[in-house]
Design a protein around this ligand. Structure first.
Ligand SMILES: O=c1[nH]c(=O)c2nc[nH]c2[nH]1
Ligand SMILES: [Zn+2]
Length: 445
């Protein structure tokens, strides 16, 4: 078989579904999508235009999808604790602050051990990739070398990732899981310098104050300055649970609100993503909108830790950028399909209590899981949908895999196939995963 002409690496033909800012679910049947040698989408056109396009590639190299298959953009997990994957699926019987002290901090302390860190981080990167997470925004732990290792592993397996060394210089009763203000500041600078030095195309550092109760004002201020000086992403938690909100008010009496604390320390920018936000006021949402900061909605965690339910409609009404997060291990599932389902369930629960609230549609949930996540991470110039010029981050989905989770009773139209996959599918249906044009699932090892 002759090669494609220089410049085009793959050409796929079949059904492509994605979101745009104006259309939550756009379906293109019999489309042709070309990926260039840098992993970017070179064109997306109608299949019938093949003859016109085939001057750029050899048409015998086209990869044809079956009628039970489609391509969708890769899933974006805007908030996941890689270090907590070791106990995912357990320890869900306490509210946030008690949960942190009892389960989370003692486990995170173990990441001083690089062999343990390597084992867990390899597993979480593989598990999330297999479940279609092409982009992940990770919390690691306070340990710089283990956090760098997470970046190395994401790079090795080809996942797009933001990786955060966690910062926390107060309020921790666990003996071997502490850092001082100076350690936190110096190690954050070392982490950023060493990760940037590796020049990974898809893996970048993110400045990560754990949340306001774990940090002194001095540390928050330093981290705001470090992010600004290096033009970096920022991630943290906000307004997750009522006891936490009360504690923050007591700890920062001079601040007008929880959001105001981060704002004053220059931690709310258009590259900031804050997890949860269940109890934010309209004024706080307006501050998010003004600064361009975004929210990560983590419904599994919110339910599992009995934290609260985010009013997604109100967030969208305020035009705050919003993505979905698994929040492993407060959320017990590492699959963003689970987050997408629970986002719909949570919004239905709120709609039952308030008939004026319209529940999220599956199309809207699909957009939050893909384009919404990329916007929330300010990575939508690179990923999130199948726009020409973006990286080809994609899932090849097959509804009819042997021993798969979905029965197709009759021939179904593409919209039904997509809805069934989103509600009933799992990693068995995700037959291939591409990140920046590279096939990363199935694994090659
Ligand atoms: O869901 C959460 N997981 C955490 O690890 C955490 N730390 C602070 N706040 C948090 N919330
Ligand atoms: Zn979290």
């Amino acid at each position: 078989m002759a090669d494609n002409k220089p410049g085009i690496r793959h050409v796929f033909r079949g059904t492509f579904v994605h979101s745009t800012p104006h259309c939550a679910l756009q379906i293109r049947e019999d489309a042709l999508l070309g990926v260039d040698t840098e992993g970017k989408i070179a064109f997306i056109e109608k299949g019938e235009d093949l003859d016109r396009l085939a001057t750029d590639f050899n048409s015998s190299n086209i990869i044809q999808l079956s009628k039970h298959e489609f391509f969708m953009p890769g899933l974006v997990d805007t908030h996941i604790h890689a270090s907590q994957y070791s106990y995912a699926g357990t320890a869900l019987d306490l509210p946030l602050l008690q949960w942190l002290n009892t389960y989370t901090f003692p486990v995170e302390a173990q990441f001083k051990d690089l062999d343990f860190a390597r084992k867990v981080y390899k597993q979480v990167v593989k598990r999330t990739l297999r479940n279609g997470t092409t982009t992940a925004c990770y919390f690691a732990t306070i340990h710089t070398d283990a956090s760098l290792l997470l970046g190395d592993i994401a790079n090795e397996f080809g996942q797009r990732a933001l990786v955060g060394k966690v910062c926390m210089d107060r309020n921790n009763s666990v003996k071997h899981y502490k850092e001082t203000f100076h350690e936190s500041q110096e190690e954050t600078c070392r982490f950023i310098a060493e990760l940037l030095n590796r020049k990974y195309r898809l893996v970048k550092p993110v400045v990560t104050p754990r949340f306001a109760p774990s940090c002194t004002g001095a540390l928050l201020g330093q981290l705001g300055a470090i992010a600004k000086n290096n033009n970096l992403h920022i991630q943290s938690h906000i307004s997750e649970n009522p006891e936490e909100v009360k504690l923050v008010k007591e700890m920062f009496p001079e601040s007008e609100s929880y959001t105001d604390i981060y704002y004053k320390y220059n931690l709310l920018t258009d590259k900031t993503i804050m997890a949860h936000g269940c109890y934010l006021s309209d004024e706080e949402l307006a501050l998010f909108r003004k600064t361009g900061a975004s929210l990560s909605h983590c419904p599994n965690s919110n339910i599992s830790l009995c934290s609260g339910i985010l009013n997604v409609r109100n967030v969208l009404k305020h035009k705050v950028k919003l993505g979905l997060g698994t929040d492993v291990a407060g959320g017990y599932s590492a699959s963003l399909l689970d987050a997408l389902r629970r986002a719909q369930d949570s919004s239905k629960v709120l709609a039952m209590q308030d008939p004026d609230l319209h529940p999220l549609t599956f199309e809207e949930a699909f957009r939050l899981a893909t384009l919404g996540g990329s916007q929330a991470l300010s990575l939508d110039d690179q990923t999130g949908n199948f726009e020409v010029g973006k990286d080809f981050d994609a899932l090849r989905v097959n509804l009819l895999v042997p021993d798969g989770p979905i029965d197709l009773i009759q021939s179904e139209e593409p919209k039904i196939l997509i809805e069934k996959f989103l509600n009933l599918g799992d990693d068995r249906n995700i037959v291939e995963v591409f990140v920046a044009g590279r096939r990363v699932v199935p694994f090659t090892d």
